[in-house]
Design a protein around this ligand. Structure first.
Ligand code: 3VV
Length: 213
């Protein structure tokens, strides 16, 4: 079957980058920029050095200058939960470094998220860098604590790597608060695929002091 040919000046529905869309505002606009930046990073990681690398780099700098020209938000604070949610490096739709992992309640008191990690997150060939796995677990355990009513900082995190975690494969990240004793909270979590558990973690978290919360 042949695709219908768009009239001159009309975007092809087959090309999502050309499809006309209403101008985004606020968080939606930043998320759209972050998604494009994520694609640039993924493309750069894959690229053979192009002959016109200097020209392309200058164009990217010009785009960054244009984005910066619209102003900067002030540094995030504990009292700005939306900022933390949108800009964090794991689930943050507004952060190009975030895969992003999408997290929700798992129905048993914990939280669960999924992500497919590409080459920007590579450690061993074809597999996810161990530090990235630790990052995902640290954050998901933090969300599990928050979901259980505790905003807490990581005091320590013990990560066990059971088998290499493949790139470009959907993985499931789970976290659950297991106990609380005063301000000390313990949480555990795993990263798994259809092949079983690849990484597990347990951590001690300390609830943010009331004067900082
Ligand atoms: C279903 C959807 C749900 C949606 C929910 C949406 C909301 C989401 C919202 C938000 C999620 C965000 C998720 C983010 C996650 C990020 C996690 C990170 O990366 S955190 C950055 C890395 N961690 C640091 O930088 C900490 C640095 N360390 C410190 O700041 C302090 O040392 C701290 C806070 C850990 C403790 O300091 P003190 O002064 O407040 O408290 P003291 O008195 O020292 O300790 C309290 C108790 O904890 C023990 N403790 C402290 N640190 C310990 C350690 N390292 N090992 C063992 N015990 C320790 C102490 O011995 C003490 O125990 P005794 O009460 O005496 O029994």
């Amino acid at each position: 079957m042949t695709e219908p040919v768009p009239a001159e000046g009309e975007a092809s529905p087959a090309d999502p980058h050309l499809a006309p869309e209403p101008a985004p505002t606020g968080a939606e606009g930043i998320a759209q920029l972050a998604a494009a930046a994520r694609r640039v990073v993924d493309t750069v990681v894959h690229a053979d050095p192009p002959a016109d690398a200097a020209l392309l780099a200058a164009k990217l700098h010009a785009i960054a200058d244009e984005i910066a020209g619209s102003g900067r938000i002030s540094p995030p604070r504990w009292d700005n939960p939306e900022h933390n949610r949108d800009h964090n490096p794991v689930t943050g739709a507004a952060n190009p470094l975030a895969p992003p992992l999408t997290v929700s309640a798992d129905g048993t008191g914990g939280v669960v998220g999924t992500a497919t990690l590409g080459f920007p997150y590579q450690g061993p060939p074809g597999h996810v860098h161990g530090g990235i796995s630790a990052l995902l677990l640290d954050h998901v355990l933090g969300i599990a604590n928050a979901a259980a009513g505790h905003r807490a900082m990581t005091a320590w995190l013990r990560v066990s790597y059971h088998r290499p975690l493949p790139l470009l494969t959907e993985c499931t990240v789970r976290g659950k608060r297991v106990s609380s004793e005063g301000r000390k909270i313990r949480a555990t979590g795993t990263i798994s695929t259809g092949h079983g558990t690849h990484v597990s973690a347990e951590g001690l978290f300390v609830a943010v002091r009331p004067d900082l919360a």
